[in-house]
Design a protein around this ligand. Structure first.
Ligand SMILES: [Fe+2]
Ligand SMILES: [Fe+2]
Length: 143
């Protein structure tokens, strides 16, 4: 049987990350407070580093996946995206706005955040699909 705990932990963290993205999106749309938004984005970047570390330390590798070279290759390709995504997350929010450049700061932060969201969500959806395939395959093999 697949290691459901690892599988479920990855999926639960994906949900948590999506909620964090939605909160940041809302805060950016409101443009309420630079420090608040900067803090949310810094928290997200930290959380992503921890999430990727968990995945790299075995979160993906269910027993079922280890029996399928095809799935292992896909898992390795996804993990190879982690350094670039971490780097992108750390560059979404570039310091406090300079004097008179508040509008530009919001605009650029929103733009970088939207680009990052797209890249991260694509990555996570592919992981969800991979885990689902490994899990379903494993259930099938035990019928
Ligand atoms: Fe990942
Ligand atoms: Fe993930």
């Amino acid at each position: 049987m697949a290691d459901l705990k690892a599988h479920e932990r990855v999926l639960a963290q994906h949900l948590e990350l999506r909620n964090m993205l939605a909160d940041i999106e809302a805060a950016l749309t409101e443009r309420a407070d630079v420090l608040h938004v900067s803090g949310l984005i810094a928290n997200l970047a930290d959380r992503i580093v921890a999430h990727f570390t968990m995945e790299e330390q075995g979160g993906y590798f269910t027993e079922a996946m280890l029996h399928s070279p095809h799935l292992v290759n896909r898992a390795n390709a996804l993990m190879a995206q982690h350094p670039r995504l971490c780097d992108q997350a750390s560059r979404v929010c570039e310091g406090p706005p300079s004097n008179g450049e508040l509008e530009l700061w919001w605009h650029e932060t929103q733009r970088r955040f939207a680009e990052f969201c797209e890249a991260l969500l694509e990555h996570e959806v592919r992981e969800d699909r991979l885990l689902q395939e490994a899990y379903i395959r494993d259930i099938g093999s035990h019928d």
